[in-house]
Design a protein around this ligand. Structure first.
Ligand code: PMP
Length: 370
């Protein structure tokens, strides 16, 4: 049998594993930060209508520049982000993963480097590798906040071409204050200058506000977003960025022509028509997230302050560490995530019933340990 490593693949891919959380068939799945609520029926109907219209023209290529979609995304950002943007400031792709890939293809690449402050979203380093960009792992404090001084130092020393700041951060839930982002932007400009990407995949769940207003007067700053979380549309694959129009022009140099299918554009436009209904679930999920934090604390677990739709909890020291606990929770029918952060696990806020199932499982575990 031919194995991957028998193939003439790129050296840096040898022996590596693809990204992917286990997709196991268990009753309660709280492991990939999805929104637990299916799209409301009127929206499903509207999607069917818009896709039917799009289907009549599938013999043609889609709008390569996705102008209508970018206009609606800009309208959403302007309404909710505290900063006015237009279609010229917005670019969309198949999930924010593709946005990140296009940014790294444009601003990273062979002979260049990117830095992130870890633990953080592992795809930043994996897409860096995939695009031939060197990866630098920057530090965090013990409480998972970004240490501004140490981060500035890491930027000054390494002179990266791309700086990732994830706020709220995955898997820890930690938000990054605007002052820190500003300080790191200044450090990145003094060092190179380099592109600073603020990954706001979870910002709608935050106690605070978006960092979008920081775009003003900062052409090397990018804010990336997704419809996978707050909009409850992970299956749609629609991510987007807001930045100076020059950044939007720059990513055109690497994007595949017609990368966003007509079906994707039609579906995303339908979802954006229902923004208010979809965002109503966000308030509910925030309340549930806060309840999970509270109840875990009351049980005696350590919990990282969360601004996202998930909660990092621990600590699980000793032999099997977090992974054993992950298995014990799974044995009780609840799938959470072991992100490989020693001593910690992550649980996504689901429906109240799913969260109850999770909380009952970990309460039971706690009792057994006592
Ligand atoms: N950024 C962060 C921080 C994430 O956690 C995720 C998804 N897990 C993404 C980006 C990618 O999301 P998508 O490609 O679905 O937009």
């Amino acid at each position: 049998m031919t194995r991957i490593d028998d193939l003439p693949i790129r050296e840096e891919l040898r022996g590596k594993s693809p990204y992917g959380a286990p997709q196991l068939d268990v009753p309660v799945r709280l492991n990939t930060n999805e929104n637990p609520y299916p799209l409301p029926e009127p929206l499903v109907e509207r999607i069917a209508e818009r896709v039917r219209e799009a289907a009549r023209e599938l013999n043609r290529y889609p709008d390569r520049d996705a102008v209508e979609l970018r206009t609606e995304l800009a309208r959403y950002l302007t309404r909710t982000g505290g900063h006015e943007v237009t279609a010229a400031n917005v670019w969309a792709a198949n999930g924010s993963n593709e946005v990140i890939q296009q940014l790294l293809q444009t601003f990273g690449g062979p002979g260049r480097t990117a830095i992130g402050f870890e633990p953080s979203y592992s795809m930043h380093s994996l897409i860096s590798r995939g695009t031939g960009t060197g990866w630098i792992s920057g530090p965090r404090n013990d409480d998972f906040t970004v240490n501004t001084e140490q981060a500035e130092k890491a930027i000054a020393e390494n002179q990266p071409d791309v700086v990732f700041i994830t706020s709220p951060n995955n898997p820890t839930g930690t938000a990054v204050p605007a002052e820190t982002v500003l300080a790191l932007y200044e450090a990145a400009q003094a060092a190179k200058p380099s592109l600073v990407v603020v990954d706001e995949a979870y910002v709608e769940f935050s106690h605070g506000t978006s960092l979008l207003p920081l775009l003003e007067g900062r052409p090397n700053l990018v804010v990336s977003r997704t419809m996978s979380k707050a909009f409850g549309a992970a299956g749609l694959r629609l991510g987007y960025l807001a930045a100076d129009p020059a950044v939007v022009d720059a990513v055109q140099l690497v994007r595949l022509p017609y990368h966003l299918s007509a079906v994707t554009q039609a579906t995303a436009l339908a979802a954006l028509e229902h923004t208010d209904t979809l965002l109503a679930y966000v308030d509910q999920l925030k309340q549930e997230r806060d309840r999970i934090v509270r109840e875990l604390w009351e049980m005696g677990y350590e919990v990282t302050a969360s601004d996202a739709n998930f909660v990092q909890f621990g600590r699980f020291e000793g032999e099997g560490g977090a992974h054993d606990v992950w298995q014990q929770i799974l044995d009780r029918g609840v799938l959470v995530r072991d992100n490989g952060v020693p001593g910690w696990l992550r649980v996504t806020a689901g429906t109240p019933e799913e969260n109850d199932a999770f909380l009952d499982a970990v309460r039971e575990l706690k009792k057994e340990q006592e």
